[in-house]
Structure formats: C-alpha cells, structure tokens
Design a protein around this ligand. Structure first.
Ligand SMILES: Cc1cc2nc3c(=O)[nH]c(=O)nc-3n(C[C@H](O)[C@H](O)[C@H](O)COP(=O)(O)O)c2cc1C
Length: 177
C-alpha cells in the first residue's frame, strides 16, 4: 500500500542532476555555492536552467556579472560541498575555508575548482525568469573533464541530509543521443 508523501519532500524524489558547486567572481573576489536545483534544457549549445535563491550572495554576483562555472564534484568532495552548503560567501572565502584550488577559466572570469572532475564555463543567456522564479538560463560555453575518471561517483540530494551516490552504469538501446 502506498502512503501519501508530504509535498515539502517531493523535491527529493524528482532531484534531477548531481550536486554541483557554482563559482562566480566579482572585483577579484570569487565565491562557491552548492546547488542541486538544475536541469538540462538543450543539447547544443548545452543550455542549463538553475534556481539560485535571491537571498544568496551568488545570486547578486551572477545577476551582475552574468557568468559562472558549474563545477561537478565526486564523492571525495561531498563533505566539502555540503559542509559549506549553507555558509554565505559574503562573510567567508569559501576557497580558503574548504581548501579548494581556483584555476583560471578560459572564457569566463569565474574560476574552475581544480578538484572537481568536470567544469562548465557558463554565461547567462536568458534572465527573464529570474525576477519571478530565481531561474537563470545558462549557456555552457566551454566544458572541461578529467579523462582519468571513467565512472564519476557524483552525489545526488535526496533531501534532509540524505544523498545518493551514482554508481553502476548500464547500457541500453536508446534513441536519446
Ligand atoms: C546539497 C545542497 C544543495 C543546494 N542547492 C541549492 C540550489 O539549488 N539553489 C540555491 O539557491 N541554493 C542551494 N543550496 C543552498 C546554498 O548553497 C546556500 O544558500 C549557500 O550558503 C549560498 O551561498 P552564497 O550566499 O555564498 O551564494 C544548496 C545547499 C546544499 C547543501
């Protein structure tokens, strides 16, 4: 028998992508924000929609600079990604606090996080839904990947401190690219 599930926990059922760390930079000061509410919207150019709360420092920086990097951590970085998940960069230099390494990106001013297995340099391509939903539509301009990591163990938020770790890869006939 199924039971009714609280609406406040639904996000943990539909959680789409992996937990990522969004970096932004303004006036030489860089910040990191943990984010899980994002969705792919187009294949090429890759387009990503994401919700960044207007109370977050990253919201201010992204809105004004229109650039960011989506850094994808694996299990090894999970604690760092989540530990500082609720600390604002207004008060803390999260690169220093987390012991992470900023690396220059090639197109945008925001840095890559060297320790993450993939990094997506992004520019805001549509901000029309920002005022209403805090929803930024980003175009991925350049993507970087660590070829040594064949089966990335990305982390996925289930809600309330629970995370699922990506594991097995299976292959099935599919018309999806
Ligand atoms: C696992 C996890 C996922 C999160 N996902 C989001 C998200 O999708 N959007 C968002 O605005 N904040 C999200 N947050 C909260 C921000 O990371 C948090 O508010 C952070 O302190 C904002 O940092 P900033 O003020 O330096 O930008 C998440 C936090 C955690 C721990």
């Amino acid at each position: 028998m199924k039971r009714i599930f609280p609406l406040s926990k639904v996000y943990g059922l539909l959680e789409p992508g992996s937990v990522v760390m969004v970096t932004t930079t303004r006036k030489g000061k860089s910040n990191i924000m943990t984010m899980s509410w994002h969705t792919m919207m187009e294949f090429e150019p890759p387009t990503v929609g994401c919700v960044i709360s207007n109370g977050n420092y990253s919201f201010e920086i992204l809105k004004s600079t229109k650039e960011c990097v989506i850094n994808i951590p694996t299990l090894e970085l999970a604690e760092k990604a989540v530990a500082r998940g609720n600390t604002s960069g207004r008060r803390v230099d999260k690169f220093k606090a987390l012991g992470l390494t900023p690396e220059p990106a090639s197109i945008v001013a925001a840095p890559l996080i060297a320790e993450c297995y993939a990094n997506l340099e992004c520019r805001v391509m549509d901000a029309r839904l920002v005022a209403k939903y805090n929803f930024f539509i980003l175009e991925v301009l350049k993507a970087w990947i660590d070829p040594a990591i064949k089966n990335p163990r990305t982390i996925h938020l289930r809600g309330r401190g629970a995370f699922m770790v990506a594991g097995e890869t299976i292959k099935l006939p599919s018309k999806m690219k």
